[in-house]
Design a protein around this ligand. Structure first.
Ligand SMILES: [Zn+2]
Length: 259
């Protein structure tokens, strides 16, 4: 039996039996851990708020027989603005789903804790949470070993011209406009990327969080990056993330072009 004090983000909170909650906590030293918070649903519980999704708190945990139990928690940031903004909340929920999927096989997944700290903060506070979410998922996939190859042509190695490049999802990389490079690659799952989008993607992949989430993008490049990010996520994770659809309909609704 041991006693652990750790900071952590609640990535998921699931009610179970009477008044308990099962939490997935993302912590700096222990990675993603599953903890029971007994009685946390009860009105009187001191764990009631600290066990809400996306709260950042300092947790006191008991570890016994490979299980963690929350003894006490003091909230550092309850992310309250998030709870009042359905769009930002949907964005963070979407990102949480991705992080949980990635960490399912490797709970220690390097960089996940600082990544979550930056990304959830930016999604909560930036004026464009949808762009932040799409940048964040590309950044996270890249860090977890799934970076798209966009530095130069996957086939000939030449730098891209002003014409940009064509991204081949099945190859995980971009290919220049030369016919000799494109002739042997199938035509399914492709997307054209402008030189501006390629530069933005490269900047995102190669820079630290404090820089890469602060890019100024033109509307055209912003849309290209979002389209690419959505398709790349589905391709890499081999899964369709439903919450993105919700985000899209929210954006369409705001732009007044609901179908
Ligand atoms: Zn080439």
């Amino acid at each position: 039996m041991s006693f652990i004090k750790t900071k952590g983000f609640v990535i998921q909170s699931i009610a179970y039996r009477d008044s308990n909650r099962l939490l997935k906590l993302l912590t700096p030293e222990h990675g993603l851990i599953t903890c029971s918070a007994q009685g946390a649903k009860s009105r009187k519980s001191t764990l009631r708020v600290a066990s809400n999704p996306f709260v950042f708190a300092e947790f006191e945990l008991f570890y016994y027989r490979e299980r963690y139990r929350v003894q006490a928690a003091s909230i550092i940031d309850a992310y309250l603005p998030l709870m009042e903004d359905i769009k930002r909340l949907t964005c963070v929920s979407h990102l949480a789903e991705l992080v949980l999927d990635v960490l399912r096989d490797n709970a220690k997944g390097k960089t996940s804790y600082p990544f979550w700290a930056y990304a959830s903060y930016k999604i909560t506070t930036d004026s464009d949470p949808i762009l932040m979410t799409n940048l964040a998922q590309l950044k996270y996939l890249s860090e977890q070993g799934f970076a798209p190859w966009i530095n130069n042509c996957l086939i000939c190695g030449k730098e891209f011209s002003a014409q940009g490049a064509r991204f081949y999802f099945a190859e995980g990389g971009a290919i220049c406009e030369q016919i000799s490079c494109r002739k042997n690659i199938g035509s399914s799952s492709i997307m054209d990327l402008s030189l501006g989008s390629l530069a933005a993607l490269s900047y995102l992949i190669h820079n630290p969080y404090e820089k890469c989430f602060n890019m100024q993008l033109s509307e055209q490049i912003r849309q290209e990056i979002i389209n690419f990010s959505e398709r790349y996520l589905t391709f890499v994770m081999e899964k369709s993330y439903q919450k993105l659809d919700m985000i899209k309909s929210l954006e369409n609704f705001e732009q007044g072009n609901v179908k």
